[in-house]
Structure formats: structure tokens, C-alpha cells
Design a protein around this ligand. Structure first.
Ligand SMILES: NC(=O)c1ccc[n+]([C@@H]2O[C@H](COP(=O)([O-])OP(=O)(O)OC[C@H]3O[C@@H](n4cnc5c(N)ncnc54)[C@H](OP(=O)(O)O)[C@@H]3O)[C@@H](O)[C@H]2O)c1
Length: 254
């Protein structure tokens, strides 16, 4: 097989959670451009319909499937709907997530549960639902979106860091369990990207502090995640599993 052919996603059925904006939206558009049929998922129907319409407008194939990824029944019905629409599910991007910055002593149990449910439980629920389909197929790829804050610590991000460390760990456990079913499970670990989630970090003292820690001295542009996303969704990554791949302008090196 030629090298460009290895990256071809033609006919692959890909779910992107959190596809209404930010990194998820960019990945949905990029994966579709590489040939994938994309199910765009988030809670906001109007925005995922917009992403799907943009894909279709560019000659691609996409559907919008609303779901709150913290809710077991909605994750199950979203999975069933995609499997019914396309007959299979080849790739799952667990990208939906929220940020959070608060002093650890001020965190409430509600803060903790909301963040852990959105960033970590959602990944468990989606992997379990879609994993069952992939195990039946004896084929699949799961790409989780972790964070540099799940690797190295930053004050005031206890719940966020813990949720992403859980995502990094789930990546390894599932990779081990499901290798025998020909399912690859990997994790993209973004650094600081210019999205709504990081808007408070993109100005003032926070920005100066972070730019000082990023060797490239700039935040990532959202479309800079697309190349790695296509690689991990494609046949080019068939021998890679259980990995956490840093995409962070060098932030985590030191
Ligand atoms: N931006 C960065 O610098 C950065 C760095 C490291 C890691 N990350 C990770 O990258 C992922 C995407 O972040 P982003 O920066 O693109 O954030 P964003 O622009 O705020 O987008 C977050 C996405 O998650 C969706 N979402 C949130 N809660 C959801 C739920 N309960 N069910 C379904 N969808 C939900 C949102 O859609 P709705 O509101 O429509 O549901 C939205 O599409 C997150 O997991 C984040 O932790 C980002």
C-alpha cells in the first residue's frame, strides 16, 4: 500500500464528541476532508448541525447526533443511532470536555462531580458503548483527548488534572484489554490551544506566564491538531496502541 493511501479515511465511520466548536469542530472538518463519514456529537443541536452542514457543503458526509456524554442512556442511544445510520463504527474521538480553574480548598463536591463526569465518566461510557460495537467488528480505533495538565501539575486545576490523568490511564488499560480484538486506543495530549476553553489564559498575566513556558512562545492553532487526528484514525497508525502523544509546542518537555 502506498504511503498516502495509508492515510486515506475513505468510508471510515468516525464519531467526534464535542464537535460543536473548538478542537472537536476542527477535527470533524479535517477528518471529513480526509474522506471519513463523520457523526458530530455534542449537547447543542444547532451547532453540531452547523458543523455537519459545513462538511456536507464541502462534499463530505456527516450527521449531527445530539447527546450529553455524561448521561449513560444518551451515550447508548447516540452509539446505536450512528451504528444504525452507517452499519459500523470505525473510530471514536472522545473529545467532549470542560475546563475548570479554582483553588483546591474552594472546590465543592458538585464542582468535582461535574468535571469528573464530563471529562472522565463520559470517556468510560463512550468507550464501553462503542467498544462493544468494535469488539463485534474485530476492528476499531479510539482516540481520547487528554491534557498536559493530566501529566504535569498546575495549581488550581486539581479536578481538571485528575480527570485527564484518568483519561490517560483509561487509554492504557483499554489498549491492553482490546488489543486482541484489533482495537487501537491512543490519546492526544494537547498543550495550550486557542479555543473558548482557554480564553481566560489568552490574556494578561496568564498569557505571559504560559508563553514563557511554551518553547514555541505561542498557543496552538485549533487546526494544528488535525494532522495527528487523521494519522491516529488511519491505517498508518495500526501498530500503535496505548500511547499518549504530546502536541504542546514543547510545554511538557521541561
Ligand atoms: N484548548 C486547549 O488548550 C486544550 C488543552 C488540553 C486539552 N483540551 C481538551 O480538548 C477537548 C476540547 O476542548 P476545546 O478547547 O475544544 O473546548 P471547547 O471549545 O470549549 O469545546 C468543548 C466541546 O465539548 C462539548 N461538551 C462539553 N460538555 C459536554 C457534554 N456533557 N456532552 C457532550 N459534549 C460536551 C462542547 O459542546 P456542547 O457545549 O455543545 O455540548 C464542545 O463541543 C477537551 O476535552 C479539553 O479538555 C483542550
Amino acid at each position: 500500500m502506498g504511503v498516502m493511501e495509508q492515510f486515506n479515511l475513505a468510508q471510515r465511520v468516525v464519531i467526534v464528541t464535542g464537535g460543536s466548536k473548538g478542537l472537536g469542530r476542527e477535527m470533524a472538518l479535517g477528518l471529513a476532508e480526509a474522506g471519513a463519514r463523520v457523526a458530530v456529537v455534542s449537547r447543542t443541536r444547532s451547532l453540531i448541525e452547523q458543523t455537519a452542514a459545513e462538511i456536507v457543503g464541502q462534499g463530505g458526509e456527516a450527521i449531527a447526533v445530539p447527546a450529553d456524554m455524561t448521561r449513560e442512556e444518551e451515550v447508548e442511544s447516540m452509539t446505536a443511532e450512528v451504528a444504525k445510520a452507517y452499519g459500523r463504527i470505525d473510530v471514536l474521538f472522545n473529545n467532549a470536555g470542560i475546563g475548570g480553574s479554582k483553588r483546591s480548598v474552594d472546590l465543592t463536591v458538585a464542582d468535582w462531580e461535574h468535571l469528573m463526569n464530563t471529562n472522565a465518566r463520559s470517556v468510560f461510557l463512550a468507550c464501553r458503548a462503542v467498544g462493544r460495537v468494535m469488539i463485534r467488528q474485530r476492528q476499531g480505533k479510539i482516540i481520547n483527548i487528554g491534557s498536559i495538565l493530566g501529566h504535569g501539575a498546575l495549581p488550581n486545576s486539581l479536578h481538571y488534572g485528575a480527570s485527564k490523568a484518568a483519561v490517560h490511564h483509561m487509554t492504557k488499560t483499554l489498549a491492553l484489554e482490546w488489543a486482541r480484538f484489533n482495537i487501537q486506543v491512543n490519546c492526544i495530549v494537547p498543550g495550550w490551544f486557542l479555543t473558548e476553553m482557554t480564553k481566560d489564559q489568552q490574556e494578561g498575566e496568564n498569557e505571559t506566564f504560559l508563553l514563557g513556558k511554551i518553547p514555541f512562545r505561542r498557543f496552538g492553532r485549533p487546526n494544528e491538531i488535525v494532522g495527528l487526528a487523521v494519522y491516529l484514525a488511519s491505517g498508518a497508525s495500526d501498530y500503535m496502541t496505548g500511547q499518549t502523544l504530546f502536541l504542546d509546542g514543547g510545554y511538557a518537555i521541561s
